[in-house]
Write a protein that binds this ligand. Structure first.
Ligand code: PMP
Length: 431
């Protein structure tokens, strides 16, 4: 019997490049036909054939409360009944700005936008406008959305400025981006020693979640803060993924980071398009209409999207929310590690709050180079077998190089079911 996923994918490819509206959805890395989802409820999502999966993607992070949470749906319905958009100020966005500044002590002012890409692109422009410098530092394997300055790979020599990693990005622009190794303190110090007076900003993921999951070394976080402060560069914590995902104050609360600017997205929209950038008042006041750095958006601070985000953030304030989320995510990575060990599969896993990394290598990686040594083929077999295992599927990110997410809707029994299924799958992989 043909799956409706196949029929839809064939139809999708007629008018949508690659059949998808964002590339990683195409299963290019794992092979096969992407699932087309038609419905989600709590920890589960159901595909076009009606088959259910325990979902460990959660729309790539936003769905910390699970799919279709009643409180979120109700807030959205209430907001929707009053009209979808005004392109003028509304009370809801004031409440959200106040709430974000209350929750994250490093935020004195915040501007709402509609995607993580807009947030990071705007933060970079602001840092350049504020410092009057052009160069930025990013780290290999960190993803900050698809703005031109950020689609850059390392230059040919150590500490040389970068080259475009995408067609359509001018080399003239890429040459202002220096791409360094995550967690490498010496290289960062060296870069500042050579180019310190040219560097407008360092942008980083405080837990790297776009090269599977790489945890930050405390000395790396400290070096970034010290060096940017010493050289007058802006430190931008990209918390689009980690914000309100790894703890009640994001990664900055967890690790005691004090960034100049922070970017947020995903959880703060609860599944609708809300993102933000904010930080020190002195820097934020350079944004139009107060200052000379331009930034705008027809749908920025959209009342319906903000309603979903506020309702989601309020759910995360329930007593014990993050303790339970971290415990469940820990249960998953410990369970999977034990199941793999029992089956004799080389595997490791770790979690930070509600996000996790699975690695087909003996130890969790601490650098991009180590991530690249994971056994991608075995991951791909694991991925497909977990989709197909009975009685229900288990949906992980369709790439060996993405972090995974647990929601508050995942029960202990759900995680146990995934671990039990993985036990069977690992036994098959060891053959
Ligand atoms: N920064 C980080 C750390 C991200 O993980 C992402 C998206 N995965 C982005 C920025 C871009 O966000 P968006 O996809 O909403 O543009």
């Amino acid at each position: 019997m043909t799956s409706r996923n196949d029929t839809l994918f064939a139809a999708a490819r007629r008018h949508i490049p690659g059949g998808v509206n964002s590339p990683v959805r195409a299963f290019g890395s794992v092979g096969g036909t992407p699932l087309f989802f038609q419905r989600g409820q709590g920890a589960r999502a159901f595909d076009a054939d009606g088959k259910g999966y325990l979902d460990y993607v959660g729309s790539w992070g936003p769905l910390i409360a699970g799919h279709a949470h009643p409180a979120v749906l109700e807030a959205v319905s209430r907001a929707m009944a009053n009209g979808l958009s005004f392109g003028a100020p509304t009370e809801a966005e004031v409440a959200m700005a106040d709430y974000l500044c209350e929750l994250l002590p490093s935020l004195e002012m915040v501007r709402l936008v509609s995607s993580g890409t807009e947030a990071t692109m705007s933060a970079i422009r602001l840092a350049r406008g504020y410092t009057g410098r052009d160069a930025i530092i990013k780290f290999e394997g960190c993803y900050h959305g698809h703005a031109d300055s950020l689609l850059v790979k390392a230059g040919s020599g150590l500490l040389t400025f970068g080259n475009p990693s995408s067609g359509g990005v001018p080399a003239d622009l890429a040459q202002h981006t220096l791409v360094l190794d995550y967690n490498n303190v010496e290289q960062l110090a060296d870069a500042f020693a050579r180019h310190g007076d040219k560097i407008a900003a360092v942008i980083f993921e405080p837990v790297a979640g776009n090269m599977n999951l790489v945890a930050p070394r405390p000395e790396f976080l400290k070096a970034m803060r010290d060096l940017t402060a010493k050289h007058g560069a802006v430190l931008i914590a990209d918390e689009v993924m980690t914000g309100f995902r790894v703890g009640p104050q994001g990664a900055q609360g967890l690790y005691g980071i004090d960034p100049d600017l922070t970017t947020l997205g995903k959880v703060i929209g609860g599944g609708l398009p809300v993102a933000a950038f904010g930080g020190k008042r002195e820097i934020m006041e350079k944004i139009a209409p107060l200052g000379p750095v331009y930034q705008a958006g027809t749908l920025s601070g959209n009342p319906v999207a903000v309603a979903a985000g506020m309702a989601t953030l309020q759910l995360t304030r329930a007593p014990g929310f993050y303790e339970t989320l971290a415990a469940r995510t820990g249960q998953l990575v410990d369970g999977l590690s034990a199941a793999a060990a029992k089956a004799g599969v080389t595997f490791s896993a770790q979690s930070v709050g509600g996000m996790f990394g699975l690695y087909f290598r003996a130890e969790p990686p601490t650098s991009f180079a180590e991530v690249m040594t994971c056994d991608k083929d075995t991951f791909n077999r694991f991925f497909h077998a977990m989709l197909e295992v009975a009685p229900e599927g288990h949906y992980f990110a369709p790439s060996a190089f993405e972090a995974g997410f647990v929601s508050a809707a995942h029960s202990e029994a759900d995680i146990a079911a995934t671990v039990a299924a993985a036990g069977q799958v690992f036994a098959g992989l060891a053959d």
